[in-house]
Each structure stands twice: as structure tokens, then as C-alpha cells.
Design a protein. Structure first.
Lengths: 401, 602
């Protein structure tokens, strides 16, 4: 695919267009939700959420432009080692503060005074960078791959373990992403099977522990409750319609063409209509066609990333793009899956569409990385036509030797 | 590149498959799943909040005091609203056109698709007419509410009132939403969580013309409201009515307590207002009217006014003196009448005299000597003062008693540092603070505290925290109301004090009731803004106290002139259920007295 290069919007142009379409949809949805949300949360200030979303989307685009125009991909490889330990540190601090009772709420957010964010968001990106770096450096021999596996899995267990204490679904999402990266990174299937077995044991262990030890951390009970609900049906469903039912009702009522912007009725009965079930509200207001188009936007993003990975001449950028893409697409799949009742209810936003705060900025960092890699590919193609087949070990590896 | 291996095609395949699953799922929800056809798209699901009836309030003899009457709110849903005959609606509901237009704008601001209140609290008569027209107006419907209604025009301060929740209330408790009612004062406020019950929800499907078609899922999802718990108040409504009658055209208060339980029998503050004034649509108008009234009817004098206790305090000083051993029952002090120093005595009586006689005669020099002996018994005046002050505080003076209605004032009982600040540490003594000996000076005591102090004397050494709720349907009153508080004075010392109080109400006094042993003490509270206040505290009968009482009559000049006779009438009414014929003249004199002019002849 030949695409001419823009002066500022460097990198894959299709990806930029996908992001702009998603932004447009995001603003429409946030605008139509303002009636309900603003009243509940911002004392009736109907413009508050729209302005906030415009601000964060603008900041996101700004961040991506800076990354594409001024930052080299190599920086992320260097940063990976630093960021992963910062993430672990922040997660530890949050966990300790939570158990010391100093944090309010779910214990997911760290407030640094001038900014508050979820350390898990930073941890997601840094663990992916780290994994991409380790995989990239160790593609040579079986021994190297084994070493890579051990390094990756140990860091993953620590980070996912810490995230699990406050947020099961994010921990599972990150774990699945790293697992997919290792799969793509030619880690022996034997090791991967062991990981699957261990993972299942832990989840089953938590499920049983919740039964045996009623005093176990609340998070374990949440997990058990969700599994029970998904398998046996929500005990609340006898008393009233669950949010999941309303989501399906919203999809049903949306029909092919939808009810029109701002005309969602079902969202009035749902507490997290504009986060966890936003896809259902999109279908209710804009119809099945737009709903499927949203899915296609994510698939287009996915396929553009496949192209970027294929064109990448080095291993670190290839694995980085793989990891970040898989993370975001998984996230989208979870939201759509929850809305359509394919998956158990859990809180993952629809990337770039859901009402965003600092998490939107982390998402834009992920997109920024992907766009930077695609820009790098384009430069490489121009300067070294035809594409040079690089032998292992690659340049990154030598660079850090 | 060669890392793009077979495995990557597996990943791509999985993603495409997932996408396909979702698309199929979406189609199946829209086309194949029959469950959602129940909610035909033309039908709108409407949740109608079912407001529970608030709990009723009874008096101690099961007389109904507060109940509910139906009222209706007219609601609009802006998105469903079509043009309507505004003028007709305004005339029917007696609201201005501007108000309707403004409320419609507010409703639109709030939400297009959720109903908002257009006109509140429509009485049943109007509702009957409205109900016949409402189907003509698209987007309108009604919801039923209840309003408080009062059987008696009495006890407004104590019962309190309900009003709409504020934003703070909603932030504090998620139970409340816009337009809900909440107890704002009195019993309604303290016992809100019992009285309010629990809201329910009815779900209906309504058609495009806003007519309710069916109950949603045959009403399976409806949550019925739970009626609030009924309360039994400690109040004796007959006594309360009588106290309020006696207080008419006066400023003042009556607090009557059953000493054996701490239950409030009557709690009246004058001037009062009809409790119904603060219920319903007229509430805000009446509230501002009451607020601007110069007689301050909203001010609950019984709990909030702080007066010097005057001579009623002398009983307490004697008790403390006996307890710390500063005086004995055989201690005699002499009184030189008007020539006494440093506090004159205006009462003509025997001299020297003992504690019993001193209380009977309300002798100032005796009290001064007692007070001085208490403070000088210890190394420093400050130490003596602190011990005296602790004893006073044990009677519930200078702090809140924790009555179960809001607004209670702590009164004032200065601590050591207060005097240190004025005179310097070590530069003050009994002489400096001598007016405390006779209940004047910096002392401030509420009528509730005075009645509680009378109850503690009646019980010879303890009291139960005063409270206004006797029992809760399916609930328990706060246990602290059932625990005795000892005041730290030995029972034996109460005998001379009680004897003095009985002697003070001697035959011939207006407060004397033939056949009933009333123990009482008059007082006169200095008032710089007009005539002095008339004070009386008492309990009766002497040996088996059934009632302890405090009466304050502002500008009543002498304790014996108004407060004592009024208290004796209330005691007589409570104990014998009527007023004897030879005291009827006193009753009518008290009822007819008008003391609204703050300057009364001596
Ligand atoms: Zn005297």
C-alpha cells in the first residue's frame, strides 16, 4: 500500500484516520451521555464531560504528534528497563497505601497531588516494552529463548500479581497480551502450556479459596462472584434486570439504524452505560451498521499493525507493535464481548471511545509508539530500498551489548 | 521479516474469528432472541417511584399526633411533551404561568427523557379534576406523595417538620434523590431513618400517548415501598396543650420530665406556631414569615435559650457544699438582711439559719458563705472552683444533655481559664466570682437543663438523659436513655435540700397545691433588656416524684409571680387530671396574662 507522507501526521495514515473516526464517535457518544452523567456527577453541568473529553482527546493527539515527530523508537527500548521498575514501585506503593487504608475507593488510583492516574496503566505499557525488548534480543538460540521466557514470566507474575489485588480484569488482560507476545515471539510451546496450566490452577485456587476462607481478600470474592454469575446466571436476575440484560435490550432496540444520537433510553437504567457497556449504547443510538463499523475500525487498526509488523526491519519494534496492538484490540474485544453478553461482566473501556481521563493519555502513548514504528519503517524503506533482510541477532541486540 | 511466522497467522485467525462471533452475536440479539421482543420499541419503560407513607407519631397515651394526607405531584417528561393549554392548567392548579414556564425549562435542563416535577403537592380535590384531563396532555403524569398532617396545634418545635432534601443530604446518603422529603428538625429529623420507610419502584410500559399499557413483566420487578415505623413519643399531649395555653401571649418555656425515666412529658416554647404551617406547598412562604417575626417563634427556647438560673441554683450550691464537707447540716450562718456583705439579702427571715431554712428563705448571705467555704476549702481558689464546677457539670449544666432532638444548646459554665484570662491566674477568688453563689453572673442554663436538674434532685442523686421518644415500632430507642447518670452527691444530702424546697412552697404561696407535696424553688433571672425573667423549678410529689418541671417566663419579674403558679397548675393538671375549683381563678389569671411588653411593673 503506497501512502504519501504527511508533514506532521507522520506514520501510517490509515491509522491516523481510524483514530480520528474513533474520536468523532467518542465525542458524539459523550455528548449524548451528558444529560445523564452530568446530572449525576457534575451537578448538572452538561458541558463538563464534553469539554473534558475534547481536552483529553486533544492532549492525546498532541502526545502522539510529539512522539512521531521527535522521538526515535530506540528510546523505548532504552526506557523499557527503567519504566518497568518504576511501575513495580508505583504498584507497590499503591498496594501498601491501600492496605494501610490510606487510599480511598477501589485502590486503583494513585493521586500525586498534581495528577492522579492508575499505576496499572503505566505498568501495562512498560511491561509490553520490556517483553518486546527481551524477546527482540533473544531470538537466536533455544537457550536464549528459554532465558527470555524466564525473564518475561518473572516480571509478568510480579506486575500482574500486584494489579490483580485491585483489578482482576486488567491483570488478566495484560497477562493474555504478554502470553500472545510470547506466542508470537517463538517461545517454546512447552513453556506456554505450563503457563496456561499454572494460570488455570491459580484461578481455580482463588475460586476454591473464596469458598474455604471467607476472610480472603475481597478481590478473590469478586472473581468468584463473576465466575459464578457467568456460569450459573446472575442471582439478581430473579429480582430485576441486570446491566447485562439492559445491554442486550439496548442492542435489540437499536435496530439496523439506531434511535439517533442522544436518544438512548436504556442507558438510564444502567449504572455503567458509558464505560463498560458503551458498545451497547453505540448500537442503540447509531444502529447495527455503525456498531459493526466500529468493530471494523478496530480490525482495520489490527491489520494495519500486521502490515507494520511485517515491514519492521528490527525485532524490538515488531514485538512492541504486536504487544500494544494486541492489548488494545483485546480491550476492545472485551468491551464488545461484555456488551453482547459473550463474556462475563467486567470493566474494560472501549479504547479511544470511552470517557477518558489519564487512561486515554496512556492509550495515546501506545498509539504513538505504533505510529512511530510505522514512520521508522517508511524512512527505512526510502533509505535502504530494497528492504534488507536482517540476520539474527539484530541491530538492537548489538546496540546494547 | 522471518519472525512473521506461522504463529502470527494463528493470532490473526483468532482475531478474525472473534470479530465474526461478535457480528453473529449482534445479529442474533437483534433478530433471533425473542426475549427482547417483549419490550416493543414503541413502548417506553417507565419507573415510577412509590413513596412510602411516613411513620406516624403518637403521644405516650396512644393519641395520634402526626399522620399523613395524600398529595400529588404533576410530572412532565420534556421529550414526550406536546403543546398544552397553559392558562387552564395554571388556573386549575393555582400557579403562575411564569412558574410553569420556569419549571419546564428546569426539567429540560435536568433531562429530556426523565420525568421532573412540574407542580408539587397538589391537594386531592384538585387532583380529582386533573386526573380526568391528564390523558389529553402528552408527557404529563402524576405521582402520589404524602404530606404531614397534625391532629393538634401543639408541640411544633418538638415534632419538627419535613422538607425537600438538599444537595448535601443527597451527597451524604445515596438513598435520597431530588425532590425526596427528609426530616428537617425535631423528631422528624432525629428519627428520619425510622420514619421514612423505604421507597419502592413500579415499572410500567407506557405507549406513545403516555398511557400506562401494562405493568412491566406483570409487576414481577416491582419493589413495593416499605412504610415507615411508627413512633410513640414520651409526650403527654394534654399536658403539652395545657402548657402551651398557659404560655399564650408570653415569651418563655415549660419543660416537664418524668424523673423515673427521663421521659419528656411536655416541652413548650412560646411563642409557638401551628405545626401545619411548615407542611406542604405553603411551607417556604410560612417559613420566611416565621423567620422574620420579631417574637422569634422558630426559636425553641426550651432547648436553645440560655438564662441565668437565679435562685433556683441555690439548691445546687447547698448540695455541693454538703458533699465536699464545706458545710454540714448543722452549719448556721447569720444574715444581716439588706446590710449583708458582699451580697445583700432582701428576704426577711430568722438568723442565723441552716441549709434547710436558707433554701426556704432563699438567703443570699448563706449561699455566699457556702460558696466561699467550698472554694476556700482547697489550696487555691482555682482548685476549689474546678471541684465546684465538676459537681455542677454532673447535673448536666454547661454541656449538652444529648436529648434526641436537634438544636440543644450547651449553656455556659465558665472554666478556670475564662477567669484567668480576665483577672490573671491567681488573681481571682470566691469574692471575684461571688455572683455564681446566687445563680447570676456568667452562668447560662437552658430550661431543659433546669428541668433535668430538678429531676436529679427528685431522684435524690441521678437522672436519665431526657428524651422525647418512648418506643419505635420494630426498633429500639438509644440505650443511653436507659442508663442512670449519677450526679456524685450522696443521697443523704438531698434530704435537707428537698426539705427546704418543700418548705419554700408553703401554704399561702401561689404554687402551693392543697394535698400535693410540691418541692420547688423560685428564681429571678436578671435581664438587662427589660423586666427580669420569672423562673421556677419543682418536682412533685415529694416522696414519689412523678413530674419534674422548669418554667421560664420572660419579663415575669419575680419567680413567684408567674413561673411558680404556672408550674403548679401544670403539676396539678398532670397529677390530678384537673384543676381544683379554688384554683380556677389562678388558672384564668395565668392564661389571661399578657407579657409581650418586655417592661412590666415591679
Ligand atoms: Zn438572708
Amino acid at each position: 500500500m503506497e501512502i504519501t507522507q504527511s508533514k506532521i501526521f507522520k506514520g501510517d495514515r490509515v491509522l491516523w484516520i481510524v483514530l480520528m473516526l474513533l474520536s468523532l464517535l467518542s465525542l458524539l457518544i459523550v455528548y449524548s451521555s451528558t444529560g445523564a452523567l452530568a446530572y449525576r456527577q457534575a451537578s448538572g453541568n452538561t458541558w463538563y464531560f464534553l469539554i473534558r473529553q475534547v481536552f483529553f482527546l486533544g492532549a492525546g493527539f498532541g502526545l502522539m504528534l510529539v512522539m512521531v515527530n521527535f522521538l526515535s523508537v530506540r528510546i523505548y527500548s532504552v526506557l523499557a528497563n527503567l519504566l518497568i521498575y518504576i511501575s513495580i514501585g508505583l504498584l507497590l506503593v499503591t498496594t501498601i497505601l491501600k492496605f494501610a487504608g490510606l487510599l480511598q475507593g477501589t485502590g486503583r488510583t494513585l493521586d500525586l497531588g498534581f495528577i492522579s492516574f492508575q499505576p496499572a496503566e503505566l505498568a501495562k505499557i512498560s511491561l509490553i516494552m520490556y517483553t518486546a525488548r527481551v524477546l527482540g534480543k533473544n531470538q537466536g538460540t533455544r537457550g536464549q529463548l528459554k532465558k527470555a521466557f524466564i525473564k518475561i514470566i518473572s516480571h509478568t507474575v510480579v506486575i500482574c500479581g500486584l494489579i490483580f489485588l485491585s483489578n482482576f480484569s486488567t491483570a488478566a488482560l495484560l497477562f493474555a497480551t504478554i502470553f500472545t507476545m510470547m506466542f508470537a515471539g517463538r517461545i517454546s510451546l512447552k513453556y506456554l502450556f505450563i503457563v496456561i496450566l499454572l494460570g488455570m490452577t491459580i484461578v481455580a485456587g482463588a475460586y476454591i479459596a473464596a469458598d474455604r476462607f471467607p476472610d480472603a481478600p475481597a478481590r478473590i470474592h469478586t472473581v468468584k462472584g463473576r465466575i459464578d454469575r457467568f456460569i450459573k446466571g446472575d442471582p439478581n436476575s430473579e429480582k430485576g434486570i441486570t446491566q447485562a440484560d439492559y445491554a442486550k435490550l439496548a442492542i435489540y432496540e437499536g435496530g439496523i439504524f439506531g434511535k439517533g444520537p442522544g436518544h438512548s433510553n436504556v442507558s438510564n437504567y444502567m449504572a455503567s452505560a458509558y464505560n463498560d457497556f458503551i458498545f451497547a449504547i453505540i448500537v442503540e443510538e447509531y444502529g447495527l451498521i455503525i456498531g459493526i463499523m466500529v468493530m471494523f475500525l478496530y480490525l482495520i487498526f489490527f491489520f494495519r499493525s500486521v502490515v507494520i509488523v511485517r515491514r519492521a526491519t528490527r525485532t524490538f519494534p515488531a514485538f512492541l507493535v504486536t504487544g500494544l496492538t494486541v492489548l488494545l484490540v483485546y480491550q476492545a474485544m472485551i468491551n464488545i464481548g461484555v456488551s453482547t453478553g459473550v463474556l462475563p461482566v467486567t470493566g474494560q473501556p472501549l479504547p479511544w471511545i470511552s470517557l477518558g481521563g489519564s487512561s486515554l493519555l496512556f492509550t495515546s502513548v501506545a498509539f504513538g509508539c505504533i505510529l512511530s514504528v510505522s514512520y521508522q519503517n517508511q524512512i527505512n524503506r526510502e533509505t535502504q530500498k530494497p528492504a534488507v533482510q536482517v540476520n539474527m541477532p539484530d541491530e538492537d541486540y548489538e546496540m546494547h551489548k | 521479516m522471518d519472525t512473521f511466522s506461522k504463529r502470527n497467522y494463528i493470532i490473526i485467525g483468532i482475531f478474525i474469528l472473534t470479530g465474526l462471533v461478535f457480528v453473529i452475536r449482534l445479529f442474533s440479539i437483534q433478530i433471533l432472541d425473542p426475549v427482547y421482543k417483549v419490550y416493543a420499541t414503541n413502548n417506553v419503560l417507565r419507573e415510577v417511584v412509590q413513596y412510602p407513607a411516613r411513620g406516624l407519631i403518637y403521644d405516650r397515651n396512644d393519641n395520634l399526633l402526626v399522620y399523613n394526607k395524600p398529595a400529588y405531584d404533576l410530572m412532565i417528561t420534556p421529550r414526550e411533551m406536546a403543546d398544552f393549554d397553559t392558562m387552564y392548567l395554571c388556573n386549575l392548579l393555582d400557579v403562575s404561568k411564569d412558574e410553569i414556564i420556569r419549571n419546564i425549562e428546569l426539567a429540560k435542563d435536568y433531562s429530556y427523557y426523565k420525568p421532573s416535577v412540574l407542580v408539587k403537592q397538589i391537594p386531592p380535590e384538585t387532583y380529582a379534576i386533573l386526573q380526568e384531563l391528564i390523558y389529553k396532555y402528552n408527557g404529563f403524569h402524576t405521582q402520589s406523595r404524602t404530606l404531614r398532617e397534625y391532629v393538634y396545634s401543639a408541640a411544633a418545635h418538638l415534632l419538627g417538620y419535613v422538607g425537600e432534601v438538599s444537595r448535601e443530604d443527597m451527597d451524604r446518603e445515596s438513598y435520597y434523590s431530588m425532590g425526596d422529603y427528609i426530616g428537617q428538625s425535631g423528631i422528624e429529623k432525629t428519627y428520619e431513618s425510622w420514619l421514612r420507610g423505604k421507597k419502592g419502584i413500579n415499572k410500567y410500559l407506557v405507549d406513545v400517548h403516555n398511557r400506562i399499557k401494562t405493568s412491566f413483566l406483570d409487576g414481577e420487578e416491582n419493589i413495593p415501598p416499605v412504610t415507615g415505623s411508627n413512633l410513640t413519643s414520651t409526650l403527654d399531649i394534654d399536658l403539652q396543650l395545657y402548657a402551651e395555653t398557659l404560655l399564650q401571649n408570653k415569651r418563655g418555656s415549660v419543660v416537664a420530665i418524668e424523673p423515673s425515666t427521663g421521659e419528656i412529658l411536655a416541652l413548650a416554647s412560646a411563642p409557638a406556631y401551628h405545626p401545619g404551617l411548615l407542611a406542604g406547598r405553603i411551607r417556604s412562604r410560612n417559613y420566611s414569615m416565621l423567620l422574620s417575626d420579631t417574637l422569634k417563634p422558630l426559636f425553641n427556647r426550651a432547648l436553645q435559650a440560655e438564662y441565668p438560673p437565679g435562685s433556683t441554683f441555690k439548691v445546687l450550691n447547698v448540695l455541693v457544699g454538703l458533699q465536699v464537707g464545706a458545710i454540714g447540716t448543722d452549719t448556721y450562718f447569720s444574715c444581716s438582711g439588706p446590710a449583708s456583705y458582699p451580697i445583700r439579702c432582701t428576704h426577711d427571715h430568722v438568723s442565723p439559719l441552716n441549709a434547710v431554712q436558707a433554701i426556704r428563705e432563699s438567703c443570699n448571705p448563706f449561699m455566699w458563705n457556702t460558696f466561699r467555704s467550698i472554694l476556700y476549702k482547697y489550696e487555691t481558689s482555682a482548685e476549689g472552683y474546678n471541684i465546684w464546677r465538676d459537681h455542677v457539670m454532673n447535673f448536666g449544666i454547661g454541656r449538652r444533655l444529648g436529648i434526641d432532638i436537634n438544636g440543644e444548646s450547651a449553656g455556659s459554665l465558665p472554666n478556670e481559664s475564662y477567669y484567668n484570662n480576665i483577672y490573671g491566674k491567681g488573681h481571682w477568688n470566691a469574692m471575684t466570682v461571688r455572683s455564681l453563689a446566687i445563680g447570676q453572673g456568667e452562668l447560662g442554663i437552658t430550661p431543659l437543663q433546669l428541668a433535668n436538674y430538678a429531676a436529679a434532685v427528685a431522684n435524690r442523686g441521678y437522672y436519665y438523659p431526657p428524651h422525647v421518644i418512648k418506643s419505635i415500632d420494630m426498633g429500639e430507642i438509644d440505650n443511653t436513655f436507659r442508663i442512670r447518670k449519677y450526679v456524685g452527691i450522696s443521697t443523704e444530702y438531698f434530704e435537707p435540700a428537698v426539705q427546704g424546697m418543700e418548705d419554700a412552697v408553703r401554704p399561702g404561696a401561689l404554687s402551693h397545691i392543697p394535698g400535693i407535696a410540691v418541692c420547688g424553688k423560685t428564681g429571678t433571672a436578671e435581664n438587662p433588656h427589660g423586666s427580669d425573667h420569672s423562673v421556677f423549678m419543682a418536682f412533685a410529689p415529694k416522696d414519689d416524684p412523678m413530674i419534674a418541671i422548669s418554667v421560664y417566663i420572660e419579663n415575669g419579674v419575680w419567680g413567684a409571680r408567674y413561673a411558680a403558679p404556672i408550674a403548679s397548675l401544670i403539676i396539678e393538671k398532670y397529677l390530678t387530671d384537673s384543676i381544683s375549683d379554688n384554683r380556677k381563678w389562678l388558672e384564668s389569671r395565668m392564661i389571661e396574662a399578657n407579657l409581650l411588653n418586655p417592661y412590666q411593673p415591679k
